[in-house]
Design a protein around this ligand. Sequence first.
Ligand code: PLP
Length: 405
Amino acid sequence: MRDSVKLSSGRSYLAIPGPSVMPDAVLQAMHRASPNIYAGELVDMTATLPGDLRRVARTAHHVAIYIANGHGAWEAALSNTLKPGDKVLVPASGRFAFGWSEMAEALGIEIEILDFGMQSPFDPDRIADVLRADTAGQIKAVLGVHVDTSTSIRNDISALRAAIDAAGHPALLMADCIASLGCDRFEMDAWGVDVMVTGCQKGLMVPAGMSFVFFNDKAAEVRATLPRVSRYWDWVPRAHPEWFYQFFGGTAPTHHLYGLRAALDLIHAEGIEQVWARHEILARAIWAACARWSEGGALAMNVTDPGLRSHAVTALRLPSPRATELRNWLEQNLGLTLGIGLGMAPPDSPEWHGFFRLGHMGHVNGHMIMGLLGGIDTGLKALDLPHGTGALDAASRILAGGDAA
Ligand SMILES: *Cc1c(COP(=O)(O)O)cnc(C)c1O
């Protein structure tokens, strides 16, 4: 009887690290006829977005909106600050640092990668050493991924600024906050970040398709020295919402803008500090459960030091191919979808099936996280995977306000 009955009907839960769960308020805001893009409500509403985006990023500076995913924001940030032949330094602690540098390379930019592996954060001292050795000033920017979504390592971006300053180096500090904005504390101005890129489909809870480049006056000055910038990626007209048509380089992403307005209202009604605190507590509940499961010897968290873990995504291992089996079982039987492992092994290798990730970014709360953990606990039992007991107990203690026992 039990074997023939699937328990997956009902509301499914996509617990992958982006796109994230969309709030009903966002979906409802988007469910409307096309608005006039030349005048009226949409134009007026759009003028309210940059200020509220800046509040999420903790910056008083500029923001450009792109009709693109995060890869588009990567290209936009590079296109406004660098020219072919310039060099960038890329400390890496996961796949996304390599992705951003490959994009730079394709634009004719020379890249120097400092690879810290898949389980360690940046070492600011090594970065400062490389910058000190660059006496000719060839390095024009340091590209730092705040949370690398492949490994779930959270890097210290303010320490990266301190390393650049300690070396007395003029390079721009550019941060990828695609997985962290609206989840993990990020302070663009206080941390001395010159350029920051993010997307709308993770902590910002809007369907994929819009991305943002924040930049300060130092970066704007660098932009002004470039001989040419791709017309579409140029951030100058896009940083002026009063030039509505130029702001989007064409037709506005009408429905995304309504969705974003609703999402920003949710974030600011809750308060950004509270949003960060919620993500942290939910993440600690997940780690507490994972620590119990790992006592069985099969499951392991990728990042051992809790202080280096993202509050929005958790990368895990199981002996291959059990990670893929677990994901498949949960999706087919419980309606719960977990993220694939990324960057930890080549996609066509047998090891690839030994990694998976949990997304816990954006519109997630206590009961959803307990459902996520309860689902995984069920899957471990159904597949006879060795695991320690008491995971849900440990998680619920965290949510109840205590410590993991
Ligand atoms: C998701 C993500 C990207 C890529 O964003 P896309 O919207 O998929 O292009 C880049 N960097 C990080 C850290 C991400 O999490």
